[in-house]
Write a protein that binds this ligand. Sequence first.
Ligand code: GLA
Length: 735
Amino acid sequence: MKEHLQGSCISIDAKSWSYQIEILHERYLVHRYFGKKLSGISELHQERSFKKNYGTIHPDRTFNEFSFETELFELTSPGKGDYRVPLFNGRSSKGSSVFSFVYDSHEIMEGILDVPGLPGVYAEEGDSASTLKITCRDEDSGLNVHLYYGVIPEFDTLLRWCCFENRGTDPVSIERAMSFLLDIPEDNFDVLTLHGAYARERTAQRNRLNGGISSFSSLRGISSHHMQPFLGMLSPETGENSGSALGVLLVYSGNFLFEVEKTAYGTVRITSGMHDQGFSWLLEPGESLFTPQAVLIQSYEGLGGMTRTFHRLIRTRLCRGEHRDAQRPVLINNWEATYFDFTRNDLLKLADEAHNVGIELFVLDDGWFTNRSDDTTGLGDWQEDRKKLSGGLQELSQDLLKRKLKMGLWVEPEMVSPGTRLMQDHPDWVLGYPEKELTMGRTQLVLDLAHPDVQQHLIDTFTRVFSSADISYVKWDMNRCIGEWRSAYLPPERQGEVSHRYVLGLYRVMKELTERFPHILFEGCAGGGGRYDAGILAFMPQYWTSDNTDGVSRLFIQHGTSMIYPLSTMGAHVSEVPNHQVGRSTSLDFRLGVSMAGNFGCELDLRKLTQSEKQALSKRITWYKRWRLVIQFGDMYRLKSPADGEDSSLMIVSPDKHLALLFWYRRLHDASLLPPVIHLSGLDPSFRYREERTGASALGDELMHRGFPIEEPEGDFSVRIHQFVREESSASRQL
Ligand code: GLA
């Protein structure tokens, strides 16, 4: 980070881009540049004033060329002539919604600062990271805005967040507090978003950006199955391997909003942060409000370049703890095998089978606690059900260990079922208006995590549960959306704070429990992938991608998810056919092939498999264990999207490019197509690779440019997995 022109210009430089800010007339924070790396401050900058602009000239005529309506800003003042989507809205104690933020000071600090109470990307020793903090103030109200810009040059990543600090003498009501604002002096973009539903999470959609305001949001209390807190801004010509791609990811798990405004003047403004609908925050004198961190990744190597930077960043600078870099176990989860209907004996039979095929971890899903024979009851009273589990959790964990299986446990801490002891003891711990009809989701209610007593209760309860047996893994579920934002704990004037306080409470509970149990591998879940976001991944290094385990659906879900999230975070389990979610039958080989491109596991009743199916599974598990370091921690290249026809493919390459895997899938077969030739990606052009299955050997450039021929598939739902090993090295070497 460099200051120029007596500190009136600041340049933030990453590996391949520069971001420049000007403090204009010692007052205004103007955006100068965000693009390919520059060697110095751009001298060419001119205020691009709009001469015909009749509405918003500056009252002081010495600011002749200056227009609030068209200038590119880092921060503007609501009510002063900038009619674009704002970073901030509020009301002072005098009732004014007009704030005049002017530059006050700035400082540059080493490293990436923490965002108090919120998760975020961090820097490690050796990173040349720094953080710029710019403070602007509004004289009338005493409200200060601190804009933060964190940069980790090695990761081409810009981190942005804000803090609103009341340094006045009266309270200020904050009604919109976005994490950042970015003005772009061009408007020719495609917008990439990840849209979906339960069991169809994160489907990639790319559209032209049209005039006006496009918004992408969640008001479901969770980041949601329906829209990912992510936005890609792509040049129209951008593809997988070339072109400019800006990705913005919000590190937040609650209601969020992205707005992209294509103005009438050929510019674009992007803003993102907590959703402002229903939100307000009463800031008393001396108090501060921090916004979630937004991660901006600018790639000039297409979508693939953006993806690989996100993957590397999330894997190594967002995820944390001892499991961050550790290979992930092959697991079996009993959910689709038994649902709620099991006994200890059933579980142990399943465990015997699991051990025989090489599985390492047995996850006991929903239904292990009292009064839980279906999903209408039981949540909140976290006592093991001795009728189902004679001997309890501890004995079960010992029995599993005898079978060389570690034990995992499902929990859903944030919820309570009507009729439970917890609900009777603490009716005021539930979100909503108990005097009215409470809104149910999956026949359960949501605990008020804005309430510190509820947070403490969860910390104490789950400390007890996690200590009650040898538990190595926890699946933290959350199975409904939240809309009824009323907390009995907070006074009426603070009810607009509940949705954000819920998320802050959740983060406190997750932080405390994950720190108390550093050896436990935590996996997030929310009715499948309903809260698969960077906020949760900062505490839990993996996530259950979707309840939809059908191979075909998973190709699309995993493809969309891969835009941002690394394969080490992506739970991918093989399940039985006909598939429980969509009723489709596909070959075991195909289902295995799809789920091996992620954190592999089984979600089926192994007792029902034929001998030859068990053999096939066991063989694949052996293969997976050999290759999992590449799969979980390698660089991923999307070769063909499942949305582009019946064939799709991807590659994963070890960071040193000695090892590579090709996954190729065909859904429906065609009688008259020639066998496909796939152009590989990510190899070293000068290395010679041997393909292990066929024994074929070729140079990297040949495999990438001329391509690799795929053997003729036999029918529907076929898969080919090819492993490439640099001739001089051996496949068994570690990453
Ligand atoms: C959610 C999860 C499933 C399973 C059930 C249990 O739907 O996504 O994997 O754990 O809850 O009730």
